[in-house]
Design a protein around this ligand. Structure first.
Ligand code: ADP
Ligand code: MG
Length: 257
């Protein structure tokens, strides 16, 4: 695995906000197929790292390569357009009047048919793609445990269920890489299990690579193949979950107390 080209290479990334050095030259290689956990104290630069990789913020120095292609400085819509590299946001956005199945198929179609023209003429290839999207939507409703509420307009579901639906929507275009910023924040333990099921399914069955920022360390450690620890905008550790929890510097900076 180590000799393969990383799906995402982060090289010497720096970002300052005025006098705050949010990222001080961070290097991370994300390997295809892994679930990489990203932890660190509040303000250590985790979200900024996502922002700079996905074009939401411009980095001051360093490079980001997606499958070997330098995407540094690309605007966010260009990076997300093809649906190959996606990120989640804290705010939940679903189509409130559509049910779960409709939300999912629509999310898939937005990426499968990016041009307006393509919606006027649906040929055999497009029909096959739509059939595949419908199949995936049904499968994700099952995996996410939303079957019982899937007939409801999404706006009538609980906040946690909407969050789960939004997460499932991200899986519809079958992206290669997804960055998740605190996907478990503010949801109850039952739904936490479902989000974990979805991530495991997406990683194992759909082959999607994940980078997950999460404060629930127990969950993160059990989910991740590898964990990177950020501290004051720099990488403090990059190791297996087992090694990271025993690392004295990590315990002092983040896990202790
Ligand atoms: P984390 O996600 O690890 O909690 P952040 O990346 O959000 O950390 O923040 C890193 C540092 O950068 C913090 O000191 C934070 O206050 C600052 N910061 C983050 N985003 C902005 C912004 N848009 N404008 C100014 N400062 C910011
Ligand atoms: Mg953050």
């Amino acid at each position: 695995m180590a000799t393969e080209q990383p799906i995402l290479r982060i090289e010497g990334l720096r970002k300052n906000y005025g006098a705050v050095a949010a990222l001080q030259g961070v290097d991370i290689d994300i390997q295809r197929g892994e679930v990489l956990g990203l932890i660190g104290p509040n303000g250590s630069g985790k979200s900024t790292l996502f922002d700079c990789c996905t074009g939401l913020q411009k980095s001051d120095a360093g490079r980001v390569l997606l499958n070997g292609v330098d995407i540094t400085g690309w605007p966010m819509n260009r990076i997300a357009r093809e649906g190959r590299f996606l990120r989640s946001f804290q705010k939940t956005v679903v189509f409130p009047t559509l049910d779960s199945y409709e939300n999912l198929v629509l999310a898939g179609q937005m990426f499968a048919f990016p041009s307006v023209l393509s919606t006027f003429w649906i040929g055999p290839a497009a029909r096959r793609r739509i059939a595949a999207l419908r199949e995936r939507a049904a499968e994700l409703i099952e995996v996410s445990g939303l079957s019982r509420v899937a007939h409801l307009p999404a706006g009538h579901m609980s906040g946690g269920q909407q969050k789960l639906l939004q997460f499932a929507s991200m899986l519809m275009p079958k992206p290669e890489l997804i960055l998740l910023d605190e996907p478990l924040a503010g949801i109850n333990p039952v739904l936490i299990e479902k989000v974990i099921d979805c991530i495991t399914h997406a990683n194992g069955t759909l082959g999607i690579t994940f980078v997950v920022i999460e404060h629930n360390t127990d969950v993160l450690m059990s989910l991740s193949h590898r964990v990177v620890v950020l501290h004051q905008g720099a990488k403090l550790a990059d190791d297996t979950p087992e090694a990271v929890v025993c690392n004295p510097q990590v315990v002092e900076a983040y896990l202790g107390g």
